[in-house]
Design a protein around this ligand. Structure first.
Ligand SMILES: CC(=O)N[C@H]1[C@@H](OP(=O)(O)OP(=O)(O)OC[C@H]2O[C@@H](n3ccc(=O)[nH]c3=O)[C@H](O)[C@@H]2O)O[C@H](CO)[C@@H](O)[C@@H]1O[C@H](C)C(=O)N[C@@H](C)C(=O)N[C@H](CCC(=O)O)C(=O)O
Ligand SMILES: Nc1ncnc2c1ncn2[C@@H]1O[C@H](COP(=O)(O)OP(=O)(O)OP(=O)(O)O)[C@@H](O)[C@H]1O
Ligand SMILES: N[C@H](CCC[C@H](N)C(=O)O)C(=O)O
Ligand SMILES: [Mg+2]
Length: 487
């Protein structure tokens, strides 16, 4: 594509000569290390380094033009923009020929339940013979192929390239997790969402957003920027969540509500939980059907409702959706049982916020008469305000807590544990810094009928200590500990 054409979606005052306008751009890059001949290099001011400092390096590697937020002394055409990240989102979408306009795009946002809801929805759509794409915390998936991702919602350039790959693979619907960071950074600008889904909003990421109001504002961008009913846009909203009605007011799209406590378009009633799963009556737009769902916990019913409501909003029939919901198996690292023939339960879960820990412990206590031990820590370089709250919930709702390390990242794990425990009055806890030892201790001491909940890292297969990712898998460690005990 020639430079003039590539820049069309931007409002920029930079003047190019007729020759510069004709420069052929073969690639668009935000990382100088990926630049090759004919690349357009976009300078992004990051948290760690400033991309503007790599402009010369990019030119050395063959960059044919540069987009930047400030003037640079460079030998190739320089295009100045106010916000390079937002410019990148528009350019990326244009470069790949608006890939999200060629598929149905469903975005799921909220503090908890995004990965779970997108997986349930993916299953429903696949059962309806659609070719699907999925983008989220665990991976990107195009039909049956899996790809690693660095972020829950990747940078716009990666996103648009991924959608382009989805177009080429013939994907009908892409379902993606949309994080508040992504919304705030404009990573999803240039994405033409057809359906936006809201799960819930509870405290998290306040290190980044500072207040709940600003956090909600970031989430609300998915709804305020969605488009309207006449364009066929739909907003699927958890009406039981306090922020649900506020988001509903911010969108001009058609609203589909779901919930349990309040009247809603899609609702679950008569919910009955057993250790094997949950049954409920699913009511959708006046029709009713009974569902046997294999996942446990009220929070899982909410995720199922979000997925059902989105599927119905996209045109599927209730009966068809019900059959898929009944087929949904567990999701890796989300309330995942570890079973090696032991006479007590071990569950690995990704609860890393106060609300999710509370929900998961509520579910555990509903399902057992035995003693509950929770092994949990908090991540470093993340919202420190959740640390004492999570610890308080752990000692209050479990019979015993073992506080340990999560991903300390650049922080001192001992200090993270101090943040968690220094205000605790209860004494039904101990701290074991080494996560493996903590898991072993909980499992060695569990008695018949007890439950050991290992929370915070779910599917993760590493522990990030001082920027180095060491292999660590809660499920694997739990299995080793159980086998060690049984032999
Ligand atoms: C705080 C944050 O969002 N950071 C993101 C950001 O990294 P950064 O600002 O440190 O980037 P940087 O390293 O300073 O680099 C700046 C620029 O210089 C360029 N560069 C750098 C080096 C070089 O040699 N040449 C070069 O050109 C880089 O490519 C980049 O364009 O840009 C990176 C590339 O896109 C992201 O991977 C990274 O996410 C990090 C991993 C992260 O932890 N993000 C979290 C906070 C996040 O976004 N989380 C949400 C999920 C939250 C949730 O809901 O739970 C998510 O969507 O993942
Ligand atoms: N609807 C829900 N409400 C509250 N807690 C939930 C809900 N769904 C899942 N959880 C809890 O939150 C944990 C994480 O769930 P999930 O991975 O689906 O959320 P997420 O929004 O994708 O999280 P992340 O922001 O880290 O990507 C689960 O392991 C469970 O403990
Ligand atoms: N998406 C979340 C994941 C947290 C997982 C937890 N294990 C931690 O490291 O804090 C985040 O980046 O905040
Ligand atoms: Mg997720």
């Amino acid at each position: 594509m020639i430079l003039e054409e590539l820049l069309r979606p931007l409002r920029t005052t930079s003047e190019l000569t007729p020759e510069q306008k004709q420069i052929q751009i073969q690639h668009v890059e935000m990382d100088s290390r990926n630049v090759t001949s004919g690349s357009l290099f976009i300078c992004i001011k990051g948290y760690t380094v400033d991309g503007h400092d790599f402009a010369d390096k990019a030119i050395e590697q063959g960059a044919a033009a540069i987009i930047a937020e400030r003037s640079l002394d460079v030998s190739v055409p320089l295009i100045l923009v106010d916000d390079a990240k937002r410019a990148m989102a528009r350019i990326a979408s244009h470069f790949y020929d608006e890939p999200t306009k060629k598929l149905q795009l469903i975005g799921v946002t909220g503090t908890n339940g995004k990965t779970s809801t997108t997986h349930i929805l993916d299953q429903i759509l696949r059962d309806a013979d659609q070719k699907t794409g999925l983008i989220g915390t665990m991976y990107t998936k195009i039909d049956d192929q899996f790809f690693d991702t660095a972020n829950t919602t990747p940078e716009s350039l990666v996103l648009q390239q991924t959608f382009n790959n989805m177009n080429q693979a013939g994907v009908d619907t892409a379902v993606m997790e949309v994080s508040s960071h992504a919304l705030h950074h404009g990573r999803v600008r240039g994405c033409d969402f057809d359906i936006a889904v809201f799960t819930n909003l509870t405290p998290d990421h306040l290190d980044y957003h500072e207040t709940m109001e600003k956090y909600l504002f970031a989430k609300s961008l998915l709804f305020s920027q969605l488009g309207n009913t006449y364009e066929g846009k739909k907003a699927v909203i958890n009406i039981d969540d306090l922020s649900g009605p506020r988001l509903a007011q911010l969108t001009t799209a058609e609203i589909v509500t779901y919930g349990i406590r309040k009247s809603a378009d899609v609702r679950a009633k008569d919910i009955k939980s057993t250790p094997e799963g949950t049954t409920f009556v699913l009511e959708a737009f006046g029709e009713e059907t009974t569902v046997s769902f294999k996942l446990v916990g009220l929070f899982s019913v909410y995720n199922a409702l979000a997925a059902v409501a989105a599927a119905i909003a996209s045109g599927l029939e209730l009966e068809q959706v019900k059959e898929s919901i009944e087929r949904v198996q567990g999701i890796a690292g989300r309330f995942e049982p570890v079973q090696c023939g032991q006479p007590f339960s071990v569950i690995v879960d990704y609860a890393h916020t106060a609300d999710s820990l509370k929900n998961v412990l509520d579910t555990v206590s509903e399902l057992t008469n035995g003693q509950v031990t929770v092994v949990v820590g908090c991540g470093g370089d993340r919202d420190a305000s959740k640390r004492p709250v999570m610890a308080e919930i752990a000692v209050k709702q479990a019979d015993r807590a073992i506080f340990t390390s999560d991903n300390p990242r650049s922080e001192d794990p001992e200090l993270i544990l101090k943040d968690m425990t220094s205000g605790l009055l209860a004494d039904n806890y101990e701290t074991i810094l080494d996560r493996k030892q903590a898991i072993y201790r909980a499992i060695e001491e569990a008695e018949e009928g007890d439950v050991v909940l290992i929370a915070g890292k779910g599917h993760e297969t590493y522990q990030d200590i001082a920027g180095v990712k060491h292999h660590f898998d809660d499920k694997e460690v739990a299995e080793e500990a159980i086998r060690g005990r049984l032999t």
